[in-house]
Write a protein that binds this ligand. Structure first.
Ligand code: ZN
Ligand code: ZN
Length: 830
């Protein structure tokens, strides 16, 4: 009983509402005090206080450079804090983003270290004490005036645990005033807004210090030894230096020192691998790497050596290096020097499960590496991935792990975090919501990111929030239930998106839109609905149809507006990139072209084929009439460009899904012709001959000079199973006899791969024993250089690719490749 009473008192003392005192709406006789010599960001902090307080209360408080009375002053900045008497404190010596907020009966003081502490303190005051929320650059939430709460006496301090915080959204970099309000300290240039940290993001950099252009010819030994050859002619970013070569260490050190001379403000600098895995395997490098159990061994030895030398003239500069991909694992004995920074990258991680979820195998491995670095380094930073780089505008079920991930990083010594997201495009999936949650939890990882998601939705989507929150939960629960482990480049199937799921997601957005009561909310919901459209476009279960020589989507009336609706919304909300690489405008053009594609049919008693001449002559349907089987099933799927036969140029010409061919049909043959820019001609024929489908491809050099050419045919056959079991789906190659080789196959390799490469019998086949169906490809081994299996069970797809020989053609000469498909009712034999 006594304990209960004490606890009650503590609560009251901790946050006393001042009886009749500090009600914001009654503070009209208060004054904002900023010292005459306040720094630009502190002056701006006082102006921001004035503007935000006006919006909150309707009161316009005057500004002065000295207190006008003994009480009723709001002191902003270190200079003002020094004038505040008993309400003040000494802010001199505070860290560059540390802040303190002191609320007493007589005065309020908000101040912090330079340059950003005071400004961030003002934003913290309005968030923490007044319920203001900076939701987007154009939407700041103020509580209704009749619901304002009294300001509680308190003395609050905060120093952000991460000194480098980057929520990588264009929504920040485009609006630096907003980035400052979100306390993102990496994109702001304006001194008035506090500027940015002088720490930089550690990225790939060896190519800057040592290039093959400069040293490749004279010093091949400076570059990595891979498969017995020095990578001294490769493009700069496709090679790595030999990191144990003393001259390489000298050159890199000189480069770093020169850079530091030119940029004396830098607090850290990158000395790090390029973005490839061609690290050096020379005896010296390998000796260290073998001993240390990771290619990070020799790399870190170089970084330490550079750091030791740089320290002599720049003792406060950190030398940063990526722990990324093959260098993610810490060495057994070599530890980073005290002036070395490790930038640990989580690119392999699963996005659905929290990074410290012990049941997620991908993440368990990462946590092991992070703990190992924590044990030997005080200066670990994290490069974390927060979007789907392959589809910026698909639903991405990772909102629930943002807070837990950042807490794990904080608890494992992370000093800075780069939350890489949709930073090179606008209006990606939930960009406003995500930026809000990322920025706030980066600033204060103790915040509950789930509660922030809910808060944002209720304040921003208002009456539409229930449907949107249900959508967010549904997308997440579905992926959890399907036991997905998507990484940051996930295909729709890896996110658990099936036709039933995308239709339900779409319907939830219809519900959200119907709930919106005014144009403002409607616009916000529309913008958020783009991913529901994209998901429906990619995964809907609706086939295509061929009518009057055109191939079109066959959508039910309820979804007829899908494509124009998606494009209109993206344009209205200025969505600029649909993936990290693909501009939205290019994607719209493709979608529009696909609305009505000229199509040809070729038919006999056994086969029905459909060809799209303008889509690179793709064969999108290969229907076997006797068995009722679609071997090339693209036409039956929502993505008519997948599950097709595509032929592309490997050498001599480029082709993509929209390279146009001219087409001519005669009897059982379609002839496709394309003239390349240099006049060379690609000619392909597809012929039905009884139970055989015969293909010939020929390119003739009509250009002025000799030129190398090579073809690739890529049939994406229906595997009739999502299983990766080679006893269900066998793939065979013909050597002296037919032989199965896809045991334990993964994507494009397996233990029997060599059988495939060595066989020269001119046959390649697959057969599904359960479906009792398959295809046999016969080809001339003289014109085919090699076959290649790419098996993607999750797509029910098995690609039996063949590559022609590569040949240099003199003007007038031709290169040809022929192959024939036949249906199988038993595994190939003989
Ligand atoms: Zn080496
Ligand atoms: Zn997982």
């Amino acid at each position: 009983m006594r304990i209960f009473t004490v606890a009650c008192c503590a609560v009251l003392l901790g946050g006393t509402a001042l009886a009749g005192g500090l009600r914001p709406e009654k503070m009209g006789d208060w004054t904002i005090v900023a010292a005459a010599d306040a720094a630009p960001a502190e002056r701006h902090a006082a102006e921001e206080f004035q503007a935000l307080f006006r919006e909150l209360t309707g009161l316009d408080l005057p500004m002065a450079d000295k207190p006008l009375g003994r009480s009723k002053n709001i002191f902003i900045g270190p200079g003002a804090a020094a004038m505040a008497g008993r309400a003040g404190f000494d802010a001199a010596g505070m860290g560059e983003e540390s802040l303190r907020i002191r609320i007493t009966r007589k005065g309020i003081t908000i101040a912090g270290g330079r340059p950003r502490g005071t400004l961030y303190g003002v934003y913290e005051f309005f968030e923490r004490c007044c319920g203001v929320r900076f939701l987007t650059a154009d939407h700041t939430h103020f509580p209704p005036k009749d619901e304002l709460k009294p300001l509680k006496t308190q003395d609050f301090s905060h120093t952000p645990p991460f000194s480098f915080r980057w929520s990588y959204y264009k929504e920040n970099s485009d609006r630096q005033d907003f980035a400052a309000r979100m306390r993102v300290n990496t994109v702001v240039k304006d001194e008035k807004l506090g500027g940015s940290t002088r720490q930089t993001l550690i990225g790939h950099s060896y190519y800057r210090w040592i290039s093959t252009e400069k040293y490749g010819k004279t010093h091949p030994e400076y570059f990595s030894l891979v498969d017995g050859e020095r990578r001294c002619t490769a493009a700069t970013a496709a090679t790595e230096p030999c990191v144990t070569n003393p001259e390489v260490i000298d050159i890199i050190t000189q480069g770093v020192l020169a850079d530091l001379e030119a940029n004396p403000d830098l607090e850290n600098i990158t000395v790090s691998q390029n973005d490839n895995d061609a690290y050096c395997r020379c005896p010296q490098c390998e000796a260290i790497n073998q001993r240390e159990g990771t290619p990070m061994g020799a790399n870190l030895a170089l970084v330490n050596a550079v750091a030791e030398r740089v320290e002599k003239t720049h003792p406060n500069v950190k030398i940063g290096t990526l722990a990324y991909w093959y260098t993610r694992k810490a060495p057994k004995t070599i530890v980073p020097r005290k002036n070395v920074q490790i930038q640990l990258c989580s690119i392999e991680c699963c996005e659905l499960h929290a990074i410290d979820d012990p049941d997620c195998p991908k993440n368990r491995a990462f946590c092991g590496d992070m703990r190992a670095w924590k044990a030997v380094c005080d200066n670990v930073w994290v490069w974390n991935y927060n979007t789907n780089f392959s589809y910026y505008d698909l639903p991405f079920p990772n909102l629930q792990v943002i807070g837990p991930n950042l807490r794990f990083f904080r608890d494992n010594n992370a000093r800075g975090v780069f939350m890489q997201a949709n930073g090179n495009g606008n209006s990606g999936e939930f960009c406003d919501l995500r930026n809000y949650v990322l920025s706030r939890t980066l600033w204060d990882p103790s915040l509950d990111s789930g509660a922030l998601v809910e808060e944002f939705c209720r304040l921003h989507y208002r009456e539409a929030a229930p449907a949107i929150l249900e959508y967010i939960r549904f997308i997440r629960d579905n992926a959890l239930e399907k036991q997905c482990h998507p990484n940051c480049g996930a295909e729709p199937v890896e996110l658990g998106l099936t036709p039933a799921v995308t239709r339900k997601a779409f319907d939830l957005f219809r519900e959200a839109l119907a709930a919106a009561k005014d144009d403002t909310v409607r616009a916000r919901v529309e913008k958020a609905s783009i991913p529901a459209y994209r998901a429906m476009l990619l995964v809907n279960g609706f086939p295509w149809k061929v009518e009057d020589g055109l191939c079109r989507r066959d959508l039910p009336p309820d979804y007829e507006n899908l494509v124009p609706g998606y494009i209109a919304l993206c344009k209205k909300y200025n969505m600029t990139m649909v993936s990290e690489q693909l501009p939205a405008a290019d994607y719209f053009e493709r979608l529009e072209k696909m609305e009505a594609m000229p199509a040809l049919r070729l038919e006999n008693g056994t086969w029905q084929l459909t060809i799209l001449p303008e889509q690179n002559g793709k064969l999108i349907e290969m229907f076997h009439k006797p068995g009722g089987t679609f071997f090339l099933p693209a036409i039956t799927r929502e993505n008519v460009l997948q599950g097709a036969l595509d032929e592309t140029g490997v050498l001599g010409f480029a082709s993509n899904a929209f390279s146009p061919f001219k087409a001519e049909t005669r009897d059982n043959t379609v002839t496709l012709t394309r003239t390349l820019d240099d006049g060379s001609i690609v000619e392909r024929t597809i012929t039905l001959n009884g139970d055989a489908v015969e293909f010939t491809s020929r390119v003739t050099n009509h250009g002025p000079a000799p030129k190398m050419f090579q073809f690739r045919a890529r049939p994406e056959f229906d595997a009739f199973t999502g299983s990766a079991d080679a006893d269900v789906l066998g793939v065979y190659i013909r050597g002296a006899a037919w032989e199965k080789f896809n045991r334990e196959w993964k994507d494009n390799t397996g233990p029997d791969k060599d059988k495939m490469i060595a066989a020269r019998g001119g046959g390649f086949a697959y057969f599904n024993r359960e479906a009792k169906a398959g295809v046999r490809i016969d080809y001339d081994p003289e014109c085919v250089k090699y076959p290649q299996l790419r098996w993607r069970p999750q797509y029910n797809q098995v690609n039996l690719e063949i590559f022609s020989r590569e040949r240099e053609l003199q003007p007038g000469e031709s290169l040809e490749m022929n192959y024939t498909f036949r249906c199988l009712d038993a595994p190939p034999a003989g």
